[in-house]
Design a protein around this ligand. Structure first.
Ligand SMILES: O=C(O)CCC(=O)C(=O)O
Ligand SMILES: [Fe+2]
Length: 364
């Protein structure tokens, strides 16, 4: 399906152009991640080649980059400007759209400071989540969102129709399942908590950074199927290697960072790994800026039971035993909502019971 991007003049109403901050000049301990050029997908043999590349890439860390995904930097920056404007609104105005987090609802506004990171230090993150553009998810939004709805909707639909579709096909090929196997449980018109997210991490004082040991968001896995993180020039995201080391994720121009999340791990008995990541204090030359992000969270349809798929690959590679943290009998919708509700005020590390005795782990 093709996406119509409105012409720039009509696209972003009354919003200043967004300029990305320069990258850090520090040579950090960067993670070595594979890059998939998504435009190869439609070339002869392209998707098989990409699936092979992805198979190798996800053996250790469920993180990789994609490029050539059909959105220009201008399209992406327009979303950064919309996010920027939303967070500039007065708190009272933003709170009119507060998400029902305590009940596991994540659409709308999450104010900063709900979650205690270490005793006395609270999170510095504001979030505005926009659900799928289907009638059942219609909800009130600030004018900045309403006035720019066409450009937000076409951006979100391009992600779903062109980017997520290809990634789900590649994963089905890896699992030697019919190519549309995962697409059938990720239909746009069905209920699921997929959302486009604007996110802002506010800079912290030295004192707070010292107290929280530089951790802004504890090591965690994401809840759904895939997370797409548009290029975020302020370095702060780290991934955890199987050896337990933290490596920085470099913001390559024109890339999206993608990570696999919980539900894929459940339905593959742990073969596809829900990757552990955290957000920390940026390097010294980027510490004085607030860190703005644009992300897309992909979640399976609410009523998908998280039962492992019957895949020859899992049998061959020894992932055919139900793992001891299996989510049999739990649906994707229940899992996601329970994780949101349990995550609102969490501050502990280690195993956290989520639902039906199944745990999620948090790391320092
Ligand atoms: O801001 C980032 O780089 C990552 C955010 C994240 O991990 C999340 O929101 O789940
Ligand atoms: Fe995350």
């Amino acid at each position: 399906m093709s996406t119509v991007i409105p012409p720039p003049a009509a696209a972003t109403k009354d919003i200043p152009t967004y300029h990305q901050v320069p990258e850090t000049s520090f040579d950090l301990d960067w993670a070595d991640l594979a890059t998939l050029k998504l435009d190869e997908f439609d070339q002869p043999g392209g998707k098989e080649q990409l699936a092979k590349q992805l198979f190798d890439a996800i053996q250790n860390i469920g993180f990789f980059y994609i490029t050539n995904f059909g959105l220009s930097q201008e399209d992406v920056d327009r979303q950064f400007s919309i996010g920027n404007e939303i967070f500039k609104l007065p708190t009272d105005e933003k709170l009119k759209y507060r998400a029902d987090l305590e009940q596991g609802g994540y659409n709308g506004y999450k104010p900063m400071g709900l979650r205690e990171i270490v005793p006395g230090v609270y999170d510095n993150t504001e979030i505005y989540n926009i659900p799928k553009f289907t009638p059942e998810y219609e909800r009130a939004h600030p004018d900045i969102v309403n006035n720019n709805r066409p450009v937000i909707e076409s951006f979100a639909r391009h992600i779903h129709d062109e980017i997520v579709r290809k990634l789900l096909i590649l994963l089905a090929i890896i699992l030697e399942l019919p190519e549309d196997y995962l697409l059938k449980v990720h239909r746009y018109d069905e209920k699921s908590d997929c959302h486009l997210r604007y996110m802002k991490y506010h800079r912290r004082s030295d004192e707070e950074n010292a107290k929280a040991d530089g951790v802004w968001s504890k090591g965690h896995t994401d809840f759904g199927s895939l997370t797409l993180l548009f290029r975020q020039p302020v370095s702060a995201l780290q991934v955890r290697t199987p050896e337990g080391d933290w490596k920085w994720v470099k913001p390559y121009p024109g890339s999206i960072t993608v990570n696999l999340a919980d539900t894929l791990q459940f339905i593959t008995n742990g073969f596809l790994k829900s990757s552990i990541h955290r957000v920390v204090l940026p390097p010294p030359d980027q510490r004085d800026v607030d860190r703005l992000g644009v992300l897309y969270f992909v979640r399976p349809e609410d009523n998908l039971e998280l039962r492992p798929v019957g895949s020859e690959v899992l049998r061959r590679l020894g992932y055919d035993q139900t793992s001891n943290n299996s989510a049999l009998g739990i649906t994707a919708g229940d899992w996601v909502r329970a994780r949101v509700a349990k995550g609102v005020a969490r501050s502990k590390i280690g195993d956290q019971p989520i639902i039906g005795g199944v745990v999620a782990k948090y790391y320092d």
